[in-house]
Design a protein around this ligand. Structure first.
Ligand SMILES: O=C(O)C1=C[C@@H](OP(=O)(O)O)[C@@H](O)[C@H](O)C1
Ligand SMILES: C=C(OP(=O)(O)O)C(=O)O
Length: 423
């Protein structure tokens, strides 16, 4: 029987490629939520179509939102939110944290469940916060998926305290639905620092762009009740999904350009400009987009990735191929991502002969000569991307379940294989 694994291609030489990337998952899913809550029609231009965004569209349709089916751009018109409904979150953090507060605004019961590992991802704090805001939720005492939101068609809202150290999405979910709560919301975080500050800034910026009044202080977000305007959203390319392509320039000593890189953005992937430069890349942002050139060898990275945790898997793969050791810290919360990413990266890098170990809040990686082998991906799209980066330099890397990359980047393996080598 042929192997179901994907043989990650070894670079035939320095890559020389321009890679046009689909839209941002985080922006697309926020735009869909805000479209479901808007008072006017919405057009979402250049959205990401992937498992996570299709699950979001389906979830909102199940709640009564009118989101068009068949077009590259998503057209929506306001619809009354209602149950009963069933919502499948898959393994999407944005769906499991952003939809329940919207479900609370629907009249009727909404049953929410997802993939097996989704039941392990942090949900307790947002369930407790919604209850404190007046929402009835039956979770069988688990503080996790699956649960049923008993929507009444309105949410009182008001002040609430939450420990969002496990995920910034616990705060974003409350803020995005809050303009439709009777009293809006005032969310105060208490606990170790909230990760992913750029994603919180994205939530605030996208609410404000739709005319919603939002005030922020340290560890405090206040959203006033009021209408959510409709109109057009133009979704930026997904800059986190640029990581592996730009990384290919570093690994092969080549050149990769990502067009339409925004001059200003709230996306955490913008940090790649600084992080890859620190590893030795030549990074230039110009009219053609962002261009990264690899000098040949490159150094490891000592970085706190608390704000940009989703870049970790690809940076860890680069670290395993670098000329010097790396320490990636501030990312204990990655244990609650699609899988326990710290354990998964250590196991799989070491399975190829590498030297990676877990720190209490991160990873330490010492470069070593690697060999081929099966790289398991744990239903984590970014493990596929990390494996592809390793495979550029290590013959015989076989990637288990490559299709799981469709969570945010369907067609990744084709796009990856089509990157031309220079000369
Ligand atoms: O709000 C968002 O769109 C996201 C927030 C981050 O979650 P965490 O704060 O849980 O890391 C990020 O890792 C995830 O990929 C997307
Ligand atoms: C953590 C991630 O996803 P999610 O939105 O499911 O949390 C990610 O994409 O790296």
């Amino acid at each position: 029987m042929p192997s179901p694994h994907w043989k990650a291609p070894v670079a035939g030489g320095p890559v020389d490629a321009t890679v046009r990337l689909p839209g941002s998952k985080s922006m697309t899913n926020r735009a869909l939520i805000l479209a479901a809550l808007a008072e006017d029609p919405v057009c979402i231009t250049r959205p990401l179509h992937s498992r996570d965004t299709e699950l979001m569209a389906d979830a909102l349709r199940a709640l009564g939102a009118n989101i068009g089916e068949d077009f590259a751009d998503w057209q929506t018109v306001p619809g009354e939110l209602r149950g009963p409904a069933r919502v499948d979150t898959g393994l999407a953090g944005t769906v499991m944290r952003f939809v329940p507060p919207v479900a609370a605004l629907a009249a009727g019961d909404v049953a929410v469940d997802g993939d097996p590992y989704a039941r392990k991802r942090p949900m307790g704090p947002i369930i407790a916060a919604l209850r404190a805001l007046g929402v009835a939720i039956d979770d069988g005492g688990r503080g996790a998926l699956p649960f049923t939101v008993h929507g009444t068609g309105s949410v009182g809202g008001g002040p609430v305290t939450i420990d969002a150290s496990g995920s910034s999405q616990l705060v974003s979910g409350l803020l995005l639905a809050a303009p439709r709560f009777d009293k809006g919301v005032e969310v105060r975080h208490e606990g170790p620092p909230v990760p992913s500050a750029p994603h919180l800034a994205m939530t605030v910026a996208m609410l404000r762009e739709r005319g919603v009044a939002v005030e922020t202080e340290e560890n405090l977000w206040r959203v006033a009740p009021g209408p959510v305007r409709g109109g057009e959203w133009v979704i930026e390319p997904d800059l986190s999904n640029a990581a592996q392509f730009l990384g290919a320039a570093l690994v092969t000593g080549g050149r990769v350009t990502v067009p339409d890189w925004p001059a200003e953005t709230t996306q955490p992937g913008d940090a790649l400009r600084d992080l890859l430069a620190r590893m030795g890349a030549d990074v230039a942002l110009g009219p053609d987009g962002l261009t990264v050139r690899g000098p040949g060898g490159f150094s490891g990275l000592d970085a706190d990735l608390h704000d940009v945790g989703e870049l970790t898997p690809v940076l860890a793969a680069l670290a395993a191929l670098a000329d010097s050791p790396s320490r990636l810290t501030g990312i204990a919360h990655l244990r609650g991502h699609e899988t326990d990413r710290l354990a998964a990266l250590v196991t799989e890098i070491n399975g190829l002969g590498g030297d990676a170990r877990e720190l209490p809040d991160g990873l330490e990686i010492r470069p070593r000569k690697l060999h081929g082998g099966v790289f398991r991906t744990y239903d984590d799209h970014r493990m596929v991307m990390a494996a592809a980066v390793l495979g550029l330099a290590v013959p015989g890397v076989e990637v288990e379940n490559p299709g799981t990359v469709g969570k945010t980047l369907p067609g990744f393996t084709e796009l990856w294989t089509s990157m031309p080598a220079s000369a």
